[in-house]
Design a protein around this ligand. Sequence first.
Ligand code: HXC
Length: 510
Amino acid sequence: MKEVLEELEIRREKARAGGGARRIETQHKRGKLTARERLELLLDGGSFEEFDMYVEHRCTEFGMEGAKVPGDGVVTGWGTINGRVVYVFAKDFTVFGGSLSEAHANKMTKVQDMALRNRAPVIGLFDAGGARIQEGVAALGGYGEVFLRNVMASGVIPQISVIMGPCAGGDVYSPAMTDFIFMVKDTSYMFVTGPDVVKTVTKEEVTAEELGGAVVHTTKSSIADGAYDNDVETLLQMRRLMDFLPESNLSGVPELPTRDPWDRLEPSLDTLIPDNPNTPYDIKELIQKVVDEGDFFEIQESYARNMVVGFGRMEGRSVGVVANQPMFLAGVLDSDASRKAARFVRFCDCFSIPLVTFVDVPGFLPGTDQEYGGLIKHGAKLLFAFTEATVPKITVITRKAYGGAYDVMSSKHIRADLNYAWPTAEIAVMGAKGAAEILYRSELDDPEKIQARIDEYQKRFANPFVAAERGYIDEVIMPQGTRMRVCRALQMLRNKHVENPWKKHDNIPL
Ligand code: HXC
């Protein structure tokens, strides 16, 4: 018996050693943790249960029969985050660069299948070079199986990808089909093909950081939803994120105890809006003052900063916040902001997370740049996403709600449940100056006359009451009472049930 137990321990030790001491040291020298060290930080202490640690690849090409490492480059299993079950896999870069063999793929798909069957999230920690080159089509087939499960699980269980090293091929395509991607600054990269292949094919010389570093993907491509300073910070942030997310599309919104009173007034909000309508203010100040304990988890903070999206809680229950940001491009809707918000709205709708929308938008951004880039289609994505969403939808217009952007930003007409406006709201087809200059073009030469027209338009339309008279705004509320109003509205909407007409699926303008 003793020998058998010893044999087990020896086998376990061998698997835990991964690609060996030298490669682990290299991993550490690069500022990266190993797969198992990462899982220990991600999951509640002692909760990780590993599967398949003795699995080996079956490849016999290129001398691979003599190069087997138990576990085969991926650590899989399940554990808990603050007591809730999650399924995990972590690529082990020390074993064949974390690359995917057929056996490695089977380990991943086993976890994906279990997560879907048992309705719990999957978190993947990626640090890997894609399909294992020595395995050829068997590895490609393996990736196909992983992709299939990504798609089947989409909208059923949350899928989170964390990029923690150089990732290529399937190790970027699988993350691309999950709900959120996070990166580690300076040590993680994402590209379909790495710098060497780029040089061979296009003669372009580019570093890994320039091609697919965290800065590129959080500011330019919008592939990544956020990036953090190092492995530890990233994994702690993932624990924080998971607290906002439900286990599945059927589990209901998670609820955390909070000491923040639902009826807390915030008098400072009464002076948030500057006297001059063209002076910006920070919409994040409003968000932080409204959500529980100021705890706001922002998604895509560094991309399309004219739009702010992220998770907060109201009375302990998660909400998705969507808000125009007057600090950047005056909060205008452009293609990037529309796409960013549309994807976020759809995530929230998939997982029954209510939407709270703060509106201060001067309209859509005009110009050839935007039009050539497909603004019509991208703007339509957001319009479509808000419209089809059946979760509770609460909208607060703080200042401008002009033109088509008024309709798009979760207006009454596209099935928002409660639409509030602050007394400072201006709901109109366009700003007073633009409107007067179009309507009274013949008076443009006379500054006094045109100013009088602007003042007249401002007085008549730049307020919330024209919309409120029609019932498009349910109530004009004091800014200081915004949290209380939104909390009450969410209580009232707790049992909301709306179904869209049956369809196989819709055809959102992708
Ligand atoms: C087998 C691999 C590998 C791979 C890396 N290694 N990638 N082994 N298959 N795909 C091995 C290396 O041989 C090396 O082994 C170890 O992992 C570390 O790799 P290095 O190159 O030394 O590390 P680094 O310089 O940090 O570069 C990492 C990298 C690079 C950027 C990921 O290795 C790379 O470009 N790899 C190939 C990427 C790729 O083209 N993959 C196929 C994609 S196709 P030793 O023994 O020296 O430690 C694909 C199909 C999916 O994935 C379908 C998509 C739709």
